[in-house]
Design a binder for this molecule. Structure first.
Ligand code: TYD
Length: 230
């Protein structure tokens, strides 16, 4: 892909138009990201929705290694390296070219998942994640990170009801997910200008209204929230 922005082209100077929706498994990121994409499109804004792990053809190949099989198949360090291999190709092939083309990018998960899952819940430590992050990603940052927060017990119920085979992380147990939830809250508290925590233990339309308002305020946009349920 010759048009892709290469790291030497200073991705940290790209327009600050990347929004991340992150949080524990079952927090409703998927549905909220899709509604947000629709709101941007309805407002006439050129926007892509992407996800991690995955988000480009090669990164989706790596995703398959990560999300299926025995929870102990990889240790936290191997998970981290696979996540960052996937993130690197996602940035190079999807995110950076979209930002360079003037589009908004909405990502269902990004680097804070590595900090929360591998760094804190997986006990590698945030410093280790930061070292890898710096090496692989450099100074590039999203503009806003929305953390959807709710008790992990309720969230895990939701994921079980979904019943797909991408359950490797879900099977890591309640203690692991309690640490993930606490980790996201801890990370969000480090930088209130970048992070917003939103209560996700509510109706889809209420969470959507909160997300829409947060984005409108931050970017001076006038996106419309869902009317009731859709
Ligand atoms: P995701 O597709 O968001 O799963 P779900 O739709 O079930 O929420 O992510 C798959 C799993 O990958 C999820 O359990 C979280 C985990 N993950 C990490 O552990 N570290 C990371 O850096 C990322 C991006 C995801």
């Amino acid at each position: 892909m010759t048009s892709a922005i290469r790291p030497q082209h200073h991705p940290e100077q790209l327009p600050r138009r990347m929004i991340v929706i992150d949080g524990i498994d079952g927090s409703g990121k998927g549905v909220q990201s899709r509604h947000l994409l629709q709101a941007f499109i309805d407002a006439g804004e050129s926007t892509i929705l992407t996800r991690e792990p995955g988000g480009s053809p090669a990164a989706e190949d790596i995703r398959q290694l990560l999300v299926k099989g025995d929870p102990d198949k990889w240790d936290a360090m191997t998970e981290l390296l696979l996540m960052y291999a996937s993130r690197r190709t996602h940035l190079r092939d999807t995110i950076w070219p979209a930002l360079a083309a003037g589009k908004w990018v909405i990502s269902d998960r990004y680097a804070d998942s590595s900090r929360a899952f591998q760094g804190i819940a997986g006990k590698l430590g945030l410093q280790t994640v930061e070292q890898v992050h710096r090496l692989v990603v450099g100074d590039f940052e999203p503009a806003l990170v929305i953390i959807l927060d709710l008790p992990e017990t309720i969230a895990l119920e939701r994921t079980r009801a979904r019943g797909d085979d991408e359950d490797r992380f879900e099977n890591k147990g309640g203690d692991y997910h309690a640490r993930v939830r606490a980790a996201f809250r801890q990370i969000a508290a480090t930088d209130p200008t970048l992070y917003r925590v939103i209560d996700a233990n509510r109706e889809i339309s209420e969470v959507n209204a909160d997300i829409t308002q947060t984005i409108n305020t931050h970017f001076e946009l006038q996106l419309k929230a869902l009317q009731g349920s859709r």
